[in-house]
Unconditional design. Structure first.
Length: 188
């Protein structure tokens, strides 16, 4: 995962300053007070809330929350342990080398798609239409890449031929021809 700078008000405590205690399943604030677990919301975040009576007399209240009822709410995703593992892995020398290579491999594919396949803007509306169009574009780019490998004479690899056959089947599934009412012909 790439690095993302912390967002939010710079005068308030950062999320990493609130420590999660696995044994008691609570969060400890910078003033060593406990924020108790209340619920898990629909987005998969566990919600921890403080006691407003304790927060009202806290010396760090102005740095902790701006809520009128003096209650601090901290959320922690149910997968946050895995995110922390990924964050630790990001700092290893092996990952740093892989991340440097991503500029030449992964990001290049998106740059190519933006420039050559007009993916900077879209005239489509709705997530479903844009997703289908994007999948179709990248499927075509993958088929082109495989065709270049096959043309270069690297056809001894059976897995490339298998991927080619699979991509043909997937393209047939992805492309649904819908009739245009006025003209009566099909468009993608």
């Amino acid at each position: 995962m790439p690095y993302k700078r912390p967002m939010g008000d710079k005068d308030l405590f950062r999320p990493y300053e609130y420590v999660y205690d696995e044994y008691y399943d609570c969060i400890i604030c910078p003033n060593n007070e406990v924020l108790k677990y209340t619920t898990t919301n629909r987005d998969g975040y566990r919600v921890f809330k403080s006691d407003p009576e304790k927060c009202a007399v806290c010396p760090y209240l102005h740095r902790c929350t701006k809520s009128k009822d003096h209650r601090k709410t901290v959320t922690k995703h149910i997968w946050s342990d895995y995110i922390e593992l990924a964050e630790d892995y990001r700092h290893t020398p092996k990952y740093k080398a892989v991340y440097e290579m991503s500029k030449e491999t992964i990001e290049r594919v998106f740059a190519y798609a933006k420039e050559r396949h007009s993916m900077r803007y879209t005239t489509l509306t709705g997530l479903a239409q844009v997703s289908k169009w994007g999948r179709l574009e990248f499927a075509c780019m993958n088929r082109k890449k495989i065709a270049v490998y096959l043309r270069k004479g690297d056809n001894t690899c059976s897995h490339i031929r298998m991927v080619w056959k699979i991509s043909v089947v997937l393209n047939r599934i992805l492309i649904k021809i819908t009739p245009v009412p006025e003209i009566g012909i099909g468009v993608i």
